[in-house]
Design a protein around this ligand. Structure first.
Ligand SMILES: NC(=O)c1ccc[n+]([C@@H]2O[C@H](COP(=O)([O-])OP(=O)(O)OC[C@H]3O[C@@H](n4cnc5c(N)ncnc54)[C@H](O)[C@@H]3O)[C@@H](O)[C@H]2O)c1
Length: 291
């Protein structure tokens, strides 16, 4: 996609973190922005703050895990702006990390899959047909993670599984849009190369009631504080990638129509090579890491 001014972007999970930074980057390029999020309070704040700097923005309270909610988001976006050109399926949750595959409950899996995977499916199904009908050029960005999208951290079974699925789904979407000569590009976004200090590590605190477990966890979820304490205990000073640089990287990827939006990193490249080598050698996946 080459032209951005006056066009329209929708960003799920747009109230904070990477989503809000994406919204702000698009607005700076002259785009109208639709921010969608489950969390109404920061969503309202993001909309007010962006409007105060002169941008055209609406906020739509949305639960990406619910098809009807995402369809309602698309209706609202098209009523307001008449088109969507960039669709960022970005909403995601940490999804009960640190569990064993065999210990996680159905509600643990249900929450992670419904937001991180169904959320992306719903976004594609609600927006891509309308984007195709509109006939303009456009772009879909699905947010994966190097954790799962490249290689999983063994402590994050659910999260990594959903992000692997988002990578595969994006590859398939790219191929299918190409097969119908669509003018819609696709990218899969791997925020990083380092962790970002966003709400993700604390998303368990916002887990909806319907996905709560009957029995509380025996051990507390990770928080930013416990994550940093663990890093320091292993001699690593916490160091983060800023959300703005992920948004900049994503914007450049859309402009250049790059499928893989994967920041340069020797560490990540090393993992890709090690994983490919393991597959080609039919050897054990010894490249796996824990948190
Ligand atoms: N933070 C990182 O280091 C990192 C690394 C790789 C990938 N990611 C991915 O980036 C994306 C954005 O995460 P972030 O780091 O900005 O975290 P964040 O928690 O700051 O932002 C995620 C947003 O999604 C919203 N959300 C949660 N459930 C939702 C639902 N059901 N419907 C609609 N909105 C919902 C939250 O309210 C929040 O505003 C996620 O997909 C995440 O998996 C993050």
């Amino acid at each position: 996609m080459e032209r951005f001014d006056g066009r329209v972007a929708v960003v799920t999970g747009g109230a904070g973190g990477i989503g809000r930074a994406l919204g702000e980057r698009f607005a700076r390029a002259g785009m109208k922005v639709v921010l969608a999020d489950l969390d109404s309070e920061p969503l309202g704040r993001a909309v007010d703050e962006m409007r105060a700097t002169g941008h055209s923005v609406i906020g739509v309270e949305t639960d990406v895990s619910e098809r009807a909610s995402v369809e309602a988001l698309a209706d609202r976006a098209y009523d307001e702006y008449g088109a969507i050109h960039v669709c960022c399926n970005n909403a995601g949750v940490g999804a009960g990390a640190e569990g064993k595959v065999w210990d996680h409950t159905d509600n643990d899996w249900g929450w992670g899959l419904s937001v991180n995977l169904w959320g992306v499916i719903h976004g594609i199904q609600a927006f891509v047909p309308r984007m195709l009908d509109g006939g303009d050029d456009g772009h879909v960005v699905n947010t994966s993670s190097s954790n799962g999208g490249i290689a999983p951290l063994t402590s994050t079974a659910i999260y990594a599984s959903t992000k692997a699925a988002v990578t595969t789904l994006s590859e398939v979407l790219w191929g299918q849009l190409r097969s119908v000569d669509a003018k819609i590009g696709v990218s899969v976004l791997y925020p990083g190369p380092k962790v970002l200090r966003t709400g993700l590590l604390e998303s368990a605190s916002k887990r909806p009631d319907r996905w709560q477990n009957e029995t509380p966890r025996a051990t507390p979820f990770t928080t930013i504080a416990s994550f940093e304490a663990r890093m320091r205990a292993s001699g690593i000073e916490p160091d983060y990638t800023p959300v703005e640089s992920v948004a900049e990287e994503a914007f450049a990827g859309i402009r250049e129509n790059r499928f893989w939006i994967l920041p340069a990193s020797d560490r990540t490249d090393g993992k890709i090579r090690a994983r490919a080598a393991s597959l080609l050698d039919r050897s054990e996946p010894t490249y796996l890491e824990d948190l």
